[in-house]
Design a protein around this ligand. Structure first.
Ligand SMILES: Cc1cc2nc3c(=O)[nH]c(=O)nc-3n(C[C@H](O)[C@H](O)[C@H](O)COP(=O)(O)O)c2cc1C
Ligand code: SF4
Length: 427
């Protein structure tokens, strides 16, 4: 059963509004404006939809918080920053079925009483930006956006805002600061954006995929939506399969699929022999072949010691060196740290130095304990998820593949094909 890619996979389907309208498009909005806002929120709560951006917060509850918070301006913000390495699912929807996202946002605006919405879009997504620009214009022309939508007293406009390449700006509060024209740095939470968001007003901020689920919930009902997938996380999910896999791509599957099924039966199996998997991009911890039976929903991946995040499933084969992978991941976090809090700013730098030394054959055994200590400190004291997750790959690699680190430290030759030591260790 496809919800998110149902249109995209139809032959000849384009992002033009005429194709969306011919596929039940905006019927959910037509239905929604005949309902009371509370009824819409109740339907979303019944669906048990949880946010697809990583934190898995119940969407209906988020909408209810904003709806019930202080009177005055409220905002709807769509997080289309998609900066997690290995994630490329939102782009599919934005480029190929933009009205699915717009419709979800408009219904949300009606439910929480917002008049203005923003799509914060990754700076590099030029094509998606142009597609959205056209889609917004077309929706305005059809009176699906703008003043007195479909002849009602409900008015709502959507504006586009381009990011400038900072990973941290995908974090909801850094995104809001950036949207307000400030430097994109995370705020202290609480208060959460649902209460104190854009310009200090209540704001619903959801991921592209989250909004894309809304029309289905309103049209078919929350109960029907909740019948698919796992009981904890109903619905389908877009999994981004990449790395050493035969058929990389975006797969929409019910959230009760197992990791093994996803890789083997949908991704065409591993290229080579499986060594490890990152189920939620470089912010998650490594899983191994022992975890192939894990159900790919949020609580089960967490129970297995990792996290699903936005669903960036990166497959790693036996030819790759874990020290090399750990080093590259921490380089990313060090580079992307916004620098606002000391543990993340300094800790990621220190971890990067240590891993650079280990990878280059200049490490010490005591470094391994230090890395674990650093992870604890960063997890406990960093202000946002970037710092909290910065050493997940590193420490899970240390736990699951300690010999590879020790080999590098004792300057034995690393026999793996993909390893910086094989390039002379000069890193
Ligand atoms: C460093 C960092 C980067 C993030 N990047 C994104 C992103 O690109 N897109 C996204 O939707 N959520 C991202 N998130 C999660 C958001 O903070 C937030 O939880 C999410 O957008 C809420 O929407 P949802 O409830 O629909 O999942 C990121 C979080 C962190 C800590
Ligand atoms: S944890 Fe890192 S990215 Fe997040 S606010 Fe602190 S310094 Fe910035």
């Amino acid at each position: 059963m496809k919800v998110l890619l149902r249109n995209i996979e139809k032959k000849g389907y384009t992002a033009d509004i005429k194709d969306y309208l011919a596929s039940e498009g905006y019927q959910a909005l037509k239905k929604a404006i005949t309902l009371k806002p509370e009824e819409i929120i109740s339907e979303v709560k019944t669906s048990k939809l949880v946010g697809r951006g990583g934190a898995a917060f119940p969407t209906g509850l988020k909408w209810e918080f904003s709806r019930k918070s202080k009177e005055g301006p409220k905002y709807v913000v769509c997080n289309a920053d998609e900066g997690e390495p290995g994630t490329f699912k939102d782009r599919q929807i934005l480029e190929k079925d933009p009205h699915l996202v717009l419709e979800g946002m408009i219904i949300c605006a009606f439910a929480i009483k917002a008049e203005v919405g923003f799509i914060y879009i990754r700076g590099e997504y030029n094509h998606a930006y142009e597609v959205l620009e056209k889609a917004i214009k077309q929706a305005e022309e059809k009176n699906l956006l703008g003043k007195n939508i479909l002849g009602s007293d409900f008015s709502f406009q959507i504006k586009l805002y381009r990011g400038a390449g900072a990973y941290v700006c995908g974090e909801e509060t850094a995104l809001l600061d950036s949207l307000e024209g400030k430097k994109g740095q995370s705020r202290v939470k609480p208060p959460f954006p649902t209460f104190v968001g854009l310009n200090n007003n209540p704001t619903v901020l959801n991921n592209v995929e989250t909004f894309a689920n809304i029309s289905e919930i309103i049209l078919k009902g929350g109960k029907q939506f909740s019948q698919v997938g796992s009981s904890a996380c109903p619905g389908t999910k877009l999994y981004c399969l990449s790395g050493d896999v035969n058929k990389p791509g975006v797969y929409e599957l019910p959230m009760d699929i197992t990791l093994g099924d996803l890789i083997k039966n949908h991704g065409g199996g591993v290229k080579g022999k499986l060594k490890a998997v990152l189920p939620g991009g470089v912010s998650s911890s490594l899983l191994t072949d022992k975890d192939l039976g894990v159900t790919m929903d949020y609580p089960n991946v967490q129970k297995a010691g990792s996290m699903l995040g936005s669903g960036a499933v990166i497959v790693i084969n036996q030819e790759r060196c874990m020290v090399d992978i750990a080093k590259r991941c921490i380089e990313f976090f060090d580079y992307e740290s916004c620098g606002k809090c000391t543990p993340c700013r300094e800790g990621s730098k220190r971890a990067r130095e240590i891993l650079n030394n280990i990878a280059g054959g200049r490490g010490e055994l005591s470094n391994l304990e230090l890395l674990k200590e650093l992870q604890e400190v960063l997890y406990d004291t960093s202000r946002c998820g970037l710092g909290q997750a910065a050493l997940n790959v590193v420490v899970s690699a240390l736990d699951k593949f300690p010999d590879e680190f020790k080999k590098h430290i004792t300057k034995q030759k690393c026999e793996l094909n993909v390893c910086s030591m094989n390039k002379g260790g000069n890193v």
